[in-house]
Design a protein. Structure first.
Length: 202
């Protein structure tokens, strides 16, 4: 997977969704010479957009170990997601990114519990291991709150990767994914991420 291309596509999609959800004319922001990420952040910090903003939600779906977690970490700017090829994501994880006006107001939480920035990924891993040993999979969403300066205001939901149809947990994971997607607002953005060699890609 070319993560740089995928990241740019995700950022462009989120930017378009912000403009559409906020009823802001894209032509008002047509003159820009910066990168997609810099432009997106500066646009979302514009007072006009802030007054009209409805935070978009992106739902990432795809097979196990396709790179959804890596993509989320790239958007955030550091490692925050769960990644373990021996054990897939066990529940939906909602990364809630918000902008903090000053560093002193920055806060980070996993499952409602305050953590340090560098602890986020480890706490997500702990939760996945707990689910693996207890219930296997859960429909309950784990919220990861990231409030920091120059953050991208967006919700990104990482769903468990859908397994092979021949695996025992196929029906359970399929139901979990469908239920999570159905619970989102109608304007949520559903983004499918596939391996480069997948028939739908090639």
């Amino acid at each position: 997977m070319n993560t740089s291309i995928t990241l740019k596509a995700l950022l462009d999609t989120l930017l378009l969704s912000v403009l559409l959800l906020s009823n802001v004319q894209a032509s008002q922001f047509s003159n820009h010479n910066t990168s997609s990420l810099d432009y997106l952040i500066s646009t979302l910090q514009d007072p006009l957009v802030q007054n009209l903003l409805k935070v978009p939600t992106a739902v990432l779906v795809g097979p196990q170990s396709v790179g959804k977690g890596l993509l989320i970490s790239q958007v955030v700017g550091y490692r925050v997601s769960y990644s373990d090829p021996s054990m897939g994501t066990r529940c939906p994880v909602r990364y809630m990114l918000r902008n903090a006006s000053e560093e002193k107001f920055e806060t980070f939480k996993v499952g409602g519990n305050p953590v340090e920035r560098h602890q986020i990924a480890d706490k997500v891993v702990e939760h996945m291991k707990y689910l693996d040993l207890s219930v296997g999979f859960s429909v309950d969403t784990l919220d990861v709150e990231i409030f920091e300066v120059n953050s991208l205001p967006v919700n990104i939901i990482d769903l468990p990767g859908f397994p092979d149809v021949n695996q025992n947990n196929y029906g359970l994971v399929k139901h979990l994914i469908q239920q999570t997607i159905a619970a989102q607002q109608a304007d949520a953005i559903l983004i499918g991420i596939m391996h480069a060699g997948h028939p739908e890609v090639t």
